[in-house]
Write a protein that binds this ligand. Structure first.
Ligand SMILES: [Zn+2]
Length: 67
């Protein structure tokens, strides 16, 4: 293999990255500092959701894994 492999699957890698993402609600501006993005994947795309505890707005982000 030409590329390094640390034994993590893409979802684990992306989830770790998204633990650091801002969780400021785009609808009401509430900063859910302890909030988590929940992720699920079908192998080609990862879909993340974060529900605002203040107003209930659900933010969705999609990341294509690219295989
Ligand atoms: Zn909100």
């Amino acid at each position: 293999m030409a590329t390094s492999n640390r034994g993590m699957n893409p979802l684990d890698t992306l989830r770790g990255r998204y633990d650091d993402v801002e969780t400021v609600c785009p609808a009401c501006g509430y900063d859910d500092a302890d909030g988590k993005w929940t992720g699920e994947t079908d192998g080609a795309e990862v879909r993340y959701e974060h529900a605002c505890p203040s107003c209930g707005h659900v933010a969705v982000r999609r990341i294509t894994i690219g295989r």
